[in-house]
Design a protein around this ligand. Structure first.
Ligand code: FAD
Length: 470
């Protein structure tokens, strides 16, 4: 084990982090406890978000290792410290997009990576290239379960060891996943692995690699996704309610069904039922379909300041600026932080396998403007009133003075919509009356749109959509 990185005598327990609304459910703590023979597991709570469970002697006891490795522990190393450690020679550095070698906009040209991916197919392509070049033996990624009703979940991490398995992981799942099971496999099976993960989970992996030499040696690459927020498992159930399908009959969920001839940012949800019926609905017509309103967001996301996986070897998002957001085939922004990944990308551009154009860090930042507002100005404001229990220790300082009044109202409304969405859904489910949740969500979304329309580009997007539908 390496020298610990914590710089404070204050220690934390899983219980403290969970009760303070700071647990994202990554599974790192459960995985570490399992290695010590402690019987822990990650389970969905009543709101459809993963939380650790284990004996009180573990769950309630503050420890140095938990304090150093929980990604939301106030004493864990911050994203930029981890990035300096992992990418010391990076030529570029920005306060928002972090340290990097180079950044790009574009998509995969070869095979059907782009068509199969949610965006430009770059995540699956990089994972595949690492496998093809013999740089790794497996990829920990997220796949859909064949029998979700029996399993009690729709998606999970697993290791892909060849191209066919890798292809099964393509597409974004706005659904909670946890890493404890797959970390066990990595611990038990020698080899070199790449892990695809959200920013908080990538941070958890980097902290774990600092603690444990085996993880350090075996997790050779981290492929980070950009992230707006993590949603609870109940978002998928809400789709079923609003599409008139019995949730127990749902076999497959797709959050971004691809229509290549429509703008990429017009999301379409798809459900496939046991009997093969396919149901589709545009997110515009879902009561909770405005991503910016924050329905079903995990409370920990209120206290995150990493939009672009600053600690990952390479990070991927959608190019949410024109003309790219209108291209339904999907376009990535990619940040190569490791020199090796950059070299792979540059070689493939020269060979005509990737259509990528080099862009500045500022360009990447613009593609995630809303995410950065929420995680910089919004976070600074939330830190002045939202924390309960353990106080988060962020790179952003508390600040209630900077945001305009209208933006404060937006941040407060988003906070309350995400908080209430969990309990309203729970009540509707408990009483067997989905209408309670759906009616509430419609009112909440209308209120949010009333205050936020003139501030963002949602109103403009909706106008275009209405025109298209005429
Ligand atoms: C919860 C969530 C929030 C996101 N928020 C934003 C955002 O605000 N802005 C933005 O630009 N992009 C965001 N993304 C990323 C975006 O949706 C695309 O995943 C990204 O652009 C890569 O597209 P692709 O076509 O290259 O990937 P693909 O080739 O489709 O591959 C996607 C990869 O992601 C893995 N994956 C899918 N779901 C998860 C998950 N829940 N956790 C970990 N790995 C997963 C898959 O296994 C696969 O390896 C988010 C993704 C998720 C899962």
């Amino acid at each position: 084990m390496r020298e610990r990185s914590i710089d404070t005598p204050q220690l934390y327990s899983p219980e403290g982090i969970v009760n303070s609304g700071l647990c994202i459910g990554c599974g790192s703590c459960a995985a570490q406890a399992q290695l010590q023979g402690i019987d822990t597991k990650m389970k969905f709570d009543k709101y459809g978000l993963y939380k650790p469970e284990g004996p009180a002697s573990w769950y309630m006891t503050p420890s140095e290792s938990f304090t150093a490795t929980c990604p939301f522990s106030p004493a864990a190393r911050k994203e930029d410290e981890l990035a300096v450690h992992n990418f010391p020679a990076s030529p570029n550095h920005s306060e928002t997009v972090g340290r990097f070698e180079s950044s790009y906009v574009g998509h995969v040209l070869e095979q059907d990576f782009r068509l199969q991916g949610s965006s430009g197919g770059m995540v699956t392509w990089v994972a595949s290239e690492l496998l093809r070049k013999g740089l790794i033996d497996g990829v920990a990624h997220v796949i859909a379960l064949k029998d979700p009703q029996a399993d009690g979940r729709f998606f999970k991490y697993r290791i892909a060891r060849n191209q066919d398995e890798l292809n099964e992981g393509a597409k974004s799942r706005y659904y909670p996943v946890e890493m404890s099971e797959v970390l066990q496999v990595i611990r038990d099976t020698p080899g070199r692995y790449a892990v695809v993960a959200l920013p908080c989970m990538t941070k958890a992996l980097q902290l774990l690699r600092e603690e444990d030499e085996i993880f350090k040696a075996r997790i050779s690459f981290t492929l980070g996704l950009f992230c707006g927020h993590m949603k609870s498992a109940h978002f998928a159930e809400s789709f079923a309610w609003q599409m008139g399908a019995p949730f127990k009959a749902v076999k497959e969920v797709e959050y971004r069904y691809k229509y290549p001839d429509r703008p990429a940012n017009w999301y379409n949800a798809m459900l496939r039922l046991e009997d093969g019926t396919q149901l589709n609905k545009d997110w515009w017509h879902l009561a909770d379909g405005d991503w910016g309103a924050g329905f079903f967001m995990s409370s920990a996301c209120n206290f995150c300041d990493d939009v672009v996986s600053e600690t990952a070897d390479v990070a991927f998002g959608d190019a949410w600026v024109e003309p790219y957001s209108s291209d339904g085939k999907g376009t990535n922004v990619v940040i190569a932080r490791s020199a090796l990944v950059k070299d792979l990308i540059v070689a493939a551009i020269q060979e005509g396998r990737l259509q990528l154009e080099e862009v500045s860090g500022d360009f990447v930042e613009q593609t995630q403007a809303a995410g950065f507002r929420q995680r910089r100005e919004g976070l600074a404001y939330r830190l002045t009133w939202a924390p309960k229990g353990i106080q988060p220790n962020k790179r952003v300082q508390p600040d209630a003075d900077r945001p305009e009044r209208s933006r404060k109202v937006i941040y407060r409304t988003r906070y309350w919509i995400s908080k209430l969405s969990h309990s309203m859904f729970w009540i509707a489910r408990k009483t067997g009356m989905p209408g309670i949740y759906i009616s509430w969500a419609r009112v909440a979304a209308s209120f949010y749109h009333g205050i936020a329309y003139h501030k963002g580009n949602f109103g403009e997007m909706k106008k275009r959509y209405v025109e298209f539908k005429k």
